[in-house]
Design a protein around this ligand. Structure first.
Ligand code: PLP
Length: 428
């Protein structure tokens, strides 16, 4: 709050494509897609039109005993576009809630199938799954949970992949996801009490865009199946094309028990979320009224029709006209041009997964020693970025790029150049 006295919040008035502009007419490249939600750019004519078409019909109606065509269409499309085992969709209205829903469904499933001792979840160190108390109980970042620790559910935190500082000192070429061992041990030890394991597939966003190989997910799937434990994929950040394919699970032939989606689902227009699951889970909630097997989780704005209408239009764009094919050259440029950041003496690592990239700044390239957090390196770079027309929002010492997918290759180069200049201006 004290920062705002010297660096007031930017008053954004308009958005157009990958740019935001403030009241004074300054333009900023939206390097982080307005917190990772925007896929198709701001003020998109087709999304605007879809929204106003629905607005002329009905803006909102409760989603209990009532349904509407935009939700029906969206549910059918999500089922068609995700792995075959995912057949049922539960709508809500934000990412944390999509996770809460998966967690509650998993717990209730085990209760109603006579395995009520399964009440804990395993999550990775560095994990981020939202900030409501339930989702926070799955968080592996101290800063978010410290103050609330006594109020959180007792779950199990597991050391996961840490490719930049790999404790096994492996290189991508030789890596066989040896770092799965701690998870393997956790599953062995806690299989009786574990309901599920939750992961952010391939990219741990809030941890600083930490990236790890799909082999880890394959091992996790096999081990969870063997130990009778659910897998929950939180694709809230990586879903809808960020990694270059529509969903990580589909791309890598993985079949999570639950898939949580939000953020890009409406391309950053409106809050909406979905939790997908299998027939097996659904069937445990099916029964006579008197059995009270139902899943009770209702939000006022679940499956809001405006949001669903925009989501449907966004999906039409993402799945049409070679949209994903056209990402390939952009992904190549982001990787090749982004590599230039390696030349900086403070660049510990430049990493990339599809349309997500990050540079981890270090005080010492050899030892990978971190900058002290009091130095606020990221915050200074953020301010420098504003002066140079780029809205970045570093995570600690990690400067990352998760721009709207509609960014052009020229704009990608400009984005990298700006980051390069900002880092140099601050640290030189
Ligand atoms: C943003 C995010 C969430 C939480 O979503 P909200 O809509 O902000 O509640 C959960 N998991 C991941 C991986 C996220 O990136």
């Amino acid at each position: 709050m004290k920062d705002h006295e010297t660096v007031p919040p930017i008053l954004i008035e308009r958005g157009e494509g990958v740019y935001l502009s403030d009241r004074e007419g300054n333009k900023y490249l939206d390097v982080i897609s307005s917190w990772w939600v925007n896929l198709l750019g701001h003020n998109h004519p087709r999304l605007n039109a879809a929204l106003s078409r629905q607005l002329d019909k009905v803006a909102h109606v409760m989603f209990a005993g009532v349904t509407h065509q935009p939700a029906i269409d969206l549910a059918e499309r999500l089922v068609a576009l995700t792995p075959d085992n995912l057949k049922k969709v539960f709508f809500s209205d934000n990412g944390s809630t999509a996770v809460e829903v998966a967690v509650k469904m998993s717990l209730q499933y085990w209760q109603q199938t006579g395995q009520g001792s399964k009440r804990k979840f395993a999550h990775l160190k560095g994990a981020y799954h939202g900030e409501t108390l339930g989702a926070l109980s799955l968080c592996g970042i101290d800063m978010f949970r410290d103050k609330f620790e006594p109020n959180l559910m007792a779950n199990v935190e597991v050391q996961g992949p840490d490719c930049f500082r790999c404790p096994y000192e492996l290189k991508p070429e030789s890596c066989q996801a040896e770092c799965f061992e701690p998870m393997h041990q956790t599953l062995e030890k806690h299989k009786e009490s574990l309901a599920g394991v939750i992961v952010e597939p391939l990219v741990q966003g809030a941890a600083g865009m930490k990236m790890y190989p799909p082999l880890y997910l394959k091992k996790l799937q096999d081990a969870c199946k063997a130990h009778n434990v659910h897998t929950i994929y939180d694709e809230i950040a990586v879903g809808f094309g960020r990694t270059g394919s529509l969903f990580v699970c589909g791309e890598h032939d993985l079949n999570p028990t639950f898939l949580c989606l939000s953020k890009g689902i409406t391309s950053g227009y409106l809050p909406l979320a979905a939790t997908l699951t299998e027939d097996e889970i659904y069937s445990a909630f099916y029964g006579e009224f008197s059995e009270m097997k139902l899943f009770i989780h209702s939000h006022s704005y679940s499956a809001n029709p405006l949001a669903c209408a925009v989501a449907n239009e966004s999906l039409s764009i993402l799945t049409g006209d070679d949209f994903l094919e056209n990402l390939k050259p952009k992904i190549r440029v982001l990787g090749e041009y982004g590599n230039k950041l390696n030349a900086l003496q403070w660049c510990g690592e430049f990493r990339q997964t599809g349309m997500i990239a990050a540079v981890e700044l270090v005080a010492n390239k050899k030892t990978k020693e971190e900058f002290p957090f009091e130095k606020r390196v990221g915050y200074q770079i953020y301010q420098e970025g504003l002066q140079r027309g780029a809205l970045m929002r570093p995570l600690g010492n990690v400067i990352y790029f998760i721009p709207p997918l509609v960014i052009s290759t020229d704009q990608i180069q400009m984005m990298i150049d700006t980051a390069y200049d900002c880092i140099q201006a601050v640290l030189d």
